[in-house]
Design a protein around this ligand. Structure first.
Ligand code: HEM
Length: 436
């Protein structure tokens, strides 16, 4: 189970059906479900009764403070309402040019890497997406070395949180050995850097970035957020947004490498919609086929392969009783791969997401961005980001999967490629020049 939860949980789905109970680590009782009615109830209809799990609230809260990922109830609702405006259509249109500039800058580095030989695309794409999210938050002037430090801090601290969670018996040792302190110090250093950007901005002309949205937001009493709260919300957006799009993109490149037909169709669509113009958020609905391809990749490899909650009070959905305190695992990967909801679920088939076919789908069986009030706040941003990166890379480069490697998914917090994905890139000769 610890080594390959996806394999085990999917097997249990076959044996026990859509909903079953397991004991995690031999101790905690958890209900695992891919039943759309139960998922709808837990994530949406009775969402109030299902809080974020202890891992998120306690362990992540220790390092990340209070923010969207780590709070519940009224405090969360108020913050969500304020931060949501940073991801509305107008704001995403304004962010497009920061994102495009960040991409152009990252591609210079990417270009020099791929000229040296095959690259593992996962860390490359992570670097590109992290810089984009960081600059969308703190503005185009965010320095490369600060981006690198914050990115390194987030990765290291996140790995430490996973170790704390998977090996809780080591926590006293982490405290005595100085491991805990070392990670806290890293976080303090990253905080200090970002806090300086926030304080400086108070005395600068307004920007078009998310930091400005956070600074301009007002509570009902007319007060704004403190610098410290802006810092922890920003850090949480960076954590939530840093590894998800890069994962989706890595799997996309992998899938497209064996589907030249789809690849050419996506390239043609980018060329015909954009020509030489840069992409903005208003363009997104025009990429019908590229969106289908992304949706299918997110079905096969959902970055959040599961979403967990904790029942606050006793509850019941149909004939399923959920006692107070039980953990509920919405098994997203299982729902996306269940033969009863998808025909030939292991096949890469973009037709599933045509407008006509979408109407036929059972609701709450496709959940890459979660569902209900705590669904992803950055979903539209992520689609724009993925399309932008895809458009520039596909139109600039041809690429091939390096032979002889084992491609496997590793379900940690995020469904990562376990051994990376090595690819060779060369400049394309057939397509229109890309804008970056
Ligand atoms: C392909 C990319 C992405 C995927 C697949 C994804 C997926 C998800 C999912 C499944 C959730 C719900 C988790 C739960 O219910 O426990 C979530 C929440 C969240 N996501 Fe994303 N996400 C992506 C990109 C982003 C980006 C780019 C940002 C920000 C820049 C972001 C910010 C957040 C935040 C703040 C939450 C918590 C919302 C709340 O609790 O109110 N995500 N995401």
């Amino acid at each position: 189970m610890a080594r390959n939860p996806v394999q085990i949980l999917s097997r249990y789905n076959e044996i026990f059906g859509d909903t079953f109970w397991i004991r995690i680590g031999g101790l905690k009782e958890a209900m695992v479900t891919i039943d759309p009615a139960v998922i709808q109830h837990v994530l949406k209809t009775n969402a109030e009764n299902y809080q974020k799990s202890e891992i998120q609230v306690k362990r992540m809260g220790h390092f990340l403070g209070k923010g969207l990922l780590t709070t519940h109830g009224e405090a969360w609702r108020t913050q969500r309402r304020l931060i949501q405006t940073g991801f509305d259509r107008k704001q995403l249109d304004a962010l497009s040019s920061i994102m495009q500039d960040s991409l152009a800058e990252s591609l210079r580095d990417f270009d020099s890497q791929i000229r040296r030989g095959p690259v593992d695309i996962y860390p490359q794409l992570m670097k590109i997406t992290f810089a984009m999210v960081a600059r969308s938050l703190f503005g185009a002037r965010l320095k490369d070395e600060d981006i690198d430090l914050v990115s390194h801090t987030i990765c290291t601290v996140q790995e430490f949180i996973v170790r704390q969670t998977l090996q809780p018996y080591l926590n006293p040792w982490f405290a005595v050995s100085g491991e805990l302190r070392r990670h806290e110090d890293m976080r303090t250093r990253a905080d200090a850097i970002l806090l300086e950007y926030i304080r400086k901005r108070r005395n600068e002309p307004p920007g078009h970035d998310l930091l400005q949205t956070l600074m301009d937001a007002r509570y009902n009493d007319g007060e704004g957020m403190s610098d410290e709260l802006i810092l922890s919300e920003s850090m949480q957006l960076l954590v939530a947004g840093h590894e998800t799009s890069s994962n989706a993109l890595s799997w996309l490149f992998y899938l497209l490498s064996s589907r030249p037909d789809c690849l050419e169709r996506v390239r043609r669509e980018f060329d015909s919609v954009l020509g030489d113009a840069p992409m903005t958020y208003s363009d997104v609905p025009k990429f019908e086929f590229a969106t289908q391809v992304i949706q299918e990749a997110l079905r096969l490899y959902p970055p959040f392969w599961m979403v967990d909650r904790m029942a606050v009070a006793d509850d019941r959905v149909g004939d399923v009783a959920i006692p107070r305190g039980s953990m509920v695992i919405v098994y997203v990967y299982g729902a996306h791969h269940a033969p009863r909801y998808w025909q030939n679920p292991e096949n890469f088939d973009t037709e599933r997401f045509t407008k006509a076919n979408e109407k036929l789908r059972t609701p709450f069986t496709y959940l890459p961005f979660g569902a209900g009030p705590r669904g992803c706040i950055g979903g539209n941003y992520a689609m724009l980001q993925i399309l932008m990166i895809l458009s520039d890379l596909l139109r600039k480069y041809d690429f091939q999967l390096s032979p002889g490697q084992m491609i496997e998914a590793r379900p940690m917090v995020i469904l990562r490629p376990k051994h990376g994905i090595r690819m060779t890139f060369s400049n394309t000769t057939t397509s229109a020049p890309c804008v970056a």
